[in-house]
Design a protein around this ligand. Structure first.
Ligand code: PDD
Length: 287
């Protein structure tokens, strides 16, 4: 089956799916995006992703003509057309196509594109046993990283630094505070308390982050949304990360130093049970 993409209302073969060279997403990073998990053919946490997309569009004053209902329908159509039951769907809305000028163009429609790519979620269950490693990088992003824009150059460079170091992720550190990963939220566990940076303007409010907080609290676990330092992370009992593409993964080394005993800990295992049970509840997906 050929890979298909959505461009402004049309479903096209990947090779023919393109935006104009003067799309503002390309020229200015003037675009927002969402990445959602598709398991068992169903989109996980679709409603929260829609809410975040609308909020981000609102923050930047980008209008999207298509309403939530038809947008959901088009996303589902594209998923079905691609025929993958396990996938990620990428959605991007730019301010539109216009002659290059920093100021907003007048009445220009936004550009909406969506792509779907097969994704192996079962690998994330296998990685629960091995754990993953992170390095640290200085957080040199702009001051509104709560808005999920395509202006991801600092994230790209940080992720590549992690790859070059043989690590899975780079944790972004501002002063001595660990904010989040280049494409994931960051967590530590100390004395049974689960700690993650509060939302605001310094991190992306992750959908997986929010879901995990809800699940943990419902299970009577204590979650503190507060900044934590790199020193705290290095002396934590456990650490982990969350995102759409990695719903929960144990972090067993930070900059080469083991976290706790350097193996997946009991709190992360408990949380992973909760997270994957929620996935099964919403989508029916099981490894
Ligand atoms: N990244 N922090 C950053 C900087 C991110 O880019 C992401 C998501 C997250 C986790 O958010 P969520 O739980 O909503 O996926 C945190 C996506 C997956 C990406 O850019 O591919």
């Amino acid at each position: 089956m050929p890979q298909l993409a959505y461009v402004n209302g049309r479903i096209l073969p990947h090779a023919d799916a393109s935006l104009h060279v003067e799309d503002r997403g390309t020229q200015f990073g003037d675009a927002v995006y969402e990445v959602c998990a598709v398991m068992n053919g169903r989109i996980l946490d679709w409603q929260p992703h829609l809410v975040r997309l609308r909020r981000n569009l609102g923050e930047l004053g980008i209008s999207l003509a298509i309403a939530d209902g038809p947008l959901s329908l088009q996303a589902r159509r594209l998923i079905a057309a691609n025929g993958h039951s396990e996938a990620i769907i990428y959605m991007q809305v730019s301010r539109g196509t216009a002659r290059r000028d920093h100021g907003f163009p007048g009445a220009t429609p936004s550009n909406l594109v969506m792509t779907v790519r097969r994704f192996d979620f079962a690998q994330r269950l296998r990685q629960l046993d091995t754990g993953i490693t992170v390095i640290t990088q200085r957080d040199n992003r702009w001051g509104r990283v709560d808005i999920k824009t395509t202006g991801l150059l600092p994230n790209v460079l940080a992720k590549q630094a992690a790859k070059d170091a043989g690590a899975f992720e780079a944790w972004l550190v501002a002063g001595d505070t660990v904010r989040e990963g280049s494409s994931t939220n960051a967590w530590i566990v100390k004395d049974g308390r689960i700690i993650t940076h509060p939302t605001g303007t310094a991190i992306l409010p992750g959908i997986a982050r929010d879901s995990l907080i809800t699940l943990a609290r419902a299970a009577q676990l204590v979650v503190d949304e507060r900044p934590f330092t790199l020193a705290e992370a290095l002396s934590a009992d456990e650490a982990f990360l969350t995102s759409t593409t990695a719903p929960i993964l144990p972090v067993v080394r930070i900059d080469g130093a083991p976290v706790g005993n350097g193996r997946t800990g009991p709190v992360v295992r408990r949380l992973a049970d909760l997270v994957w049970a929620e996935v099964a509840r919403q989508t029916g997906w099981r490894a």
